[in-house]
Design a protein around this ligand. Sequence first.
Ligand code: ZN
Length: 309
Amino acid sequence: MDIQFLGTGAGQPSKARNVSSLALKLLDEINEVWLFDCGEGTQNRILETTIRPRKVSKIFITHLHGDHIFGLPGFLSSRAFQANEEQTDLDIYGPQGIKSFVLTSLRVSGSRLPYRIHFHEFDHNSLGKILETDKFTVYAEELDHTIFCVGYRVMQKDLEGTLDAEKLKAAGVPFGPLFGKIKNGQDVVLEDGTEIKAADYISAPRPGKIITILGDTRKTNVSVRLAVNADVLVHESTYGKGDEKIARNHGHSTNMQAAQVAAEAGVKRLLLNHISARFLSKDISQLKKDAASVFENVHVVKDLEEVEL
Ligand SMILES: [Zn+2]
């Protein structure tokens, strides 16, 4: 599982940073890629990665500001032009209005898609658990931005323990149906009377990962709630230390506020994105350094950077 950042800039594209989008690559887990936001030019960024658009099965939108959604019509149309590939349906989750934006763009441009889009819109009253599969649960909560905007908490379900086949063989268990029984947690007795306790041969279940991806927001307790004990928190950092007032006025956060959220939530690592083009490379190291005084395991991400979880 890893996250690849497709656009890490704020508001408008710059040479170094495109507007918002990131891919949560779940190829080993479910052979799917989930996109979070889809700013203009996201499909061009995808061309520079190994991500195949057909693998993108779900798109989660945090809010309807242009720098987070203007890439949708282009991406969705290009996704249709993959010759000889199976056309798989796609789910889009986002605030009320996303369906009308997508359908209007496709209709007025005469675009017809050979696959179906299932829209899952929500508003203030229909947040909480928005998706549950056998492997993942996704929650959305309302943040504090200038328009309705959400953050997502993606929770992988705990992974079953694995059977230690070598240890079983060493204990004299013949390979065959007994392995299956033990794997299912059943204790067995061998022909020679040896008792085999399943628990001794199955590793403990591993806790699933928690990934928190927030949209644009002022500092709010909702962010902390969404990020509690997360393996990774992706948080905007539109402004730097000392800019708290201007950040508040524009519905955004500083690096320091993001670090405070990470510390309060007890996350393992913090990734800062949504970086203003005003920041030059020396400012970026300062952004990280300042944030690290509050929360040590912090990193400012770049476009196309991949972070393994
Ligand atoms: Zn915004």
